[in-house]
Design a protein around this ligand. Structure first.
Ligand SMILES: NC(=O)c1ccc[n+]([C@@H]2O[C@H](COP(=O)([O-])OP(=O)(O)OC[C@H]3O[C@@H](n4cnc5c(N)ncnc54)[C@H](OP(=O)(O)O)[C@@H]3O)[C@@H](O)[C@H]2O)c1
Length: 284
């Protein structure tokens, strides 16, 4: 695929803080892989600076950017067009700068979550049995949206703050059953998949308070956290014989969708890339 010579090959991630982000490592790997002389950079944008930063993308020659904490919600009211997926999920992860300078926003996190599960566990199916989703923040919205799009037949959603889980069930519709936080342990009864989408277990946070005695040994345990690569929840699941998938692949697998929008190229997710990312995270 030839990229028009006037198509900028500058991309980046806007966040605050942002310097810890592994996105540049990943996208610069793909620029190399595709033989393109471009650059993906950290864009350290404070909360109040988002609108000016997004508007500056076009004059600075950027093809687009990714968004991370705390910008995923605020960007929705700044860009010129928000697609239906980002509207449904209620957050934006990717911005495309069009030729006329207008800004288009979408969300690829759900694609990353599904792409990762499919690559890591090829036999996995969303309709293979009940799915327990623990947590109801921004990551949960993308995960629930993806599971529903993939044909999930039953999602048991539990969150410390019940109202947030109920809002997801109402916004997304479909077979989502909200259960009280106190019932999270029993919610694992007979599930085919359990996903941690809380921030519990992340570096600096206590482990997720979830007993696994009801979790079938055949169930897949997934986490969307990737620092550390193996959270205490995943370690406990692995120790009792469950298959596990960490959150790194969710980050990696949303990348090709962004590239398709920015450059009409689909870069390849390779084992070498995953290993490089793992080494970088393990080195923290
Ligand atoms: N792999 C990826 O590409 C990817 C993408 C997105 C997010 N993530 C990761 O996913 C995690 C969640 O991110 P997010 O954006 O969804 O965050 P968020 O919107 O802030 O949501 C945080 C979630 O954690 C729950 N929580 C926080 N403290 C808790 C506690 N003490 N006990 C029980 N639940 C607690 C919250 O419950 P309440 O509603 O009750 O506060 C909420 O459900 C983060 O670690 C983030 O790095 C990874």
């Amino acid at each position: 695929m030839m990229i028009p010579s006037d198509r900028p090959l500058l991309i980046g991630v806007m966040g605050w803080p942002v310097m810890h982000s592994r996105s540049p490592l990943m996208h610069n790997y793909w620029l190399d892989q595709q033989g393109l002389a471009g650059s993906y950079v950290h864009l350290a944008i404070k909360p109040g600076g988002l609108a000016a930063a997004l508007r500056a993308l076009h004059p600075l020659g950027f093809a687009g950017c990714n968004l991370t904490i705390p910008h995923k919600l605020d960007a929705m009211t700044i860009v010129d067009e928000v697609d239906d997926v980002a509207q449904m999920i209620g957050a934006m992860s990717c911005v495309v700068v069009r030729e006329d300078g207008s800004l288009f926003g979408t969300n690829n996190d759900w694609l990353g979550f599904l792409g990762n599960l499919k690559q890591q566990t090829p036999g996995w199916r969303a309709d293979g049995g009940p799915i327990a989703v623990i947590g109801a923040g921004g990551g949960s919205r993308a995960v629930c949206y993806g599971l529903l799009r993939e044909g999930a037949s039953e999602i048991r959603l539990v969150n410390r703050t019940r109202e947030k889980a109920e809002a997801i069930a109402e916004d997304l519709g479909g077979p989502i059953q909200v259960l009280p936080w106190e019932e999270r342990h029993d919610a694992l009864d007979g599930v085919a998949t359990v996903v941690n989408v809380t921030s519990q277990g992340m570096v600096g946070q206590p482990p997720l308070d979830l007993r696994l005695d009801h979790l079938p040994k055949s169930a897949l345990a997934a986490d969307i956290i990737y620092t550390p690569l193996e959270t205490p929840f995943l370690a406990a699941a692995r120790a009792r014989g469950n298959d596990t998938v960490n959150g790194l692949g969710m980050l990696i697998h949303q990348g090709p969708a962004a590239w398709k929008l920015w450059f009409d190229i689909t870069p390849t997710v390779t084992e070498e890339l995953r290993e490089r990312m793992e080494r970088s995270i393990a080195g923290d």
